[in-house]
Design a protein around this ligand. Structure first.
Ligand SMILES: Cc1cc2nc3c(=O)[nH]c(=O)nc-3n(C[C@H](O)[C@H](O)[C@H](O)COP(=O)(O)O)c2cc1C
Length: 397
């Protein structure tokens, strides 16, 4: 990728990772980018680096704008290695004793990632760094989504370098929201559902704080994907909506199956939900990636989970999905479980227990022995309708 001048003297010198398909267990069919920002003023600052294998590309991009040794300040908004992996080599290239500005937690966490001592300059919330004509202001955003996370705001240009917040896993030569259009929103939603959802209450507080500060925002530039230059308010509004987790009349029916019995039940449950006017799609866990299922969970009212009983327990992909969903802490959901079994039939009860541990309102599970016959499928259908009625009672049309 060539450097992209996003405002006069401010460049995205990051890289595209075209072929990554699995980002720490999150599916990324369109790859991703690691954005890094070079601000050229009387003093020159580089905000964030890239994943380690892309270090040479980052340095080559910087070189197209300026001699890397002219960089005066390194700023680390986030310790995670997709943004800090090349820090050691970059510091070696620009001058190992140059200051590295980061949050206090960034100082602690970077030291736990890199053994060589760097000239860390921890900054507090609201602290500023003058570059010449421009001023950088640091905004602590603890747990959005790591303890070290912070934003860097370029005051005079009204540009927010927002680290992972507002990002999307998307690799492309297109770098701006107006070029990609609404096609980017599903990727932003997936990013929110899979990375930021557990911190939804903190996001609402942060948006309040920034609104009270009256911070003008001309552009929001995350560390992944496209930059929001035309309608930065649009992604903030989406974050507020997603953080409130206001559900639609929608359910996710997610399941696995060995011999298709639980699958037949899943189809009948989904048909029952649909008959009550609920949007629904059965999702088979060996075809749908857990991160795509979670994207659907975000605005669903009910999560209905089917598992056959295997060796007195859950089918492994169902355990995987439940573990993943539990960590992301979705709020305000109805939960329901179903499944086929042979002799002991523990799985639906185990699913229901897990859903209850996630504070879901859990309905009594439905299970069938071996292959469901017509009356059994009618029972699954009626189960879907009962869940659907409950959704419609709780969610306005
Ligand atoms: C390897 C294996 C282990 C099983 N273990 C149990 C079990 O412990 N308890 C039980 O009730 N059924 C057990 N079953 C039976 C299945 O749960 C039953 O065949 C069910 O109908 C499968 O549903 P499915 O077609 O959705 O996979 C087992 C089946 C297999 C293949």
């Amino acid at each position: 990728m060539k450097p992209v001048e996003i405002a006069k003297g401010i460049y995205d010198v990051g890289v595209n990772d075209w072929n990554i398909q699995d980002f720490h267990g999150y599916s990324t069919p369109l790859g991703t980018s690691y954005n890094a920002f070079l601000i050229v003023d009387e003093k020159v600052a580089l905000v964030d680096t890239v994943k380690k294998p892309f270090t040479d590309q980052l340095i080559a991009n910087i070189q197209q704008v300026i001699d890397p040794q002219k960089i005066d300040y390194m700023i680390s908004n986030h310790t995670e290695m997709d943004h800090s992996g090349s820090l050691a080599r970059v510091m070696h290239r620009i001058g190992a004793d140059k200051p590295v500005y980061c949050s206090k937690m960034g100082h602690k966490n970077l030291s736990l990632h890199f053994s060589q001592p760097l000239n860390y300059q921890p900054v507090g919330d609201g602290q500023e760094l003058k570059l010449g004509r421009r001023t950088l202001a640091f905004l602590e955003t603890r747990m959005l989504h790591w303890p070290d996370s912070m934003f860097t705001y370029i005051k005079e240009d009204e540009i927010l370098l927002s680290s992972d917040a507002f990002g999307q896993h998307y690799a492309g030569f297109e770098k701006f929201d107006d070029v990609v259009g609404d096609a980017i929103m599903p990727h932003a939603k997936k990013y929110f559902a899979n990375i930021l959802l557990p911190y939804a209450p903190l996001i609402l507080k942060l948006v309040d704080k920034v609104t009270q500060m009256g911070l003008p925002l001309r552009m929001i530039c995350p560390d992944h994907g496209i930059l929001w230059r035309t309608e930065p308010g649009k992604i903030i509004e989406a974050y507020v909506r997603w953080s409130k987790q206001q559900p639609k009349r929608k359910a996710v029916v997610v399941y696995d199956t060995m011999w298709h019995s639980t699958e037949r039940m899943a189809d009948a449950v989904a048909a029952g939900l649909y008959a009550e006017g609920v949007a629904v799609r059965p999702m088979y866990l060996r075809k749908w990636h857990r991160s795509d299922v979670l994207t659907e969970v975000l605005d669903a009212k009910a999560v209905v989970v089917g598992s056959p009983t295997l060796n007195n327990g859950l089918f492994p992909t169902v355990s995987d999905f439940l573990t993943y969903m539990k960590g992301l802490k979705p709020q305000g959901k109805i939960g329901a479980a179903f499944g086929s079994y042979g002799w002991s039939g523990e799985a639906p009860k185990l699913v229901a227990k897990e859903l209850a541990a996630m504070q879901f309102e859990v309905m009594d599970p439905v299970r069938h022995q071996y292959v469901p016959d017509t009356p059994a499928l009618e029972e699954s259908y009626a189960f879907g309708r009962a869940i659907g009625r409950r959704i419609c009672d709780e969610v306005a049309d």
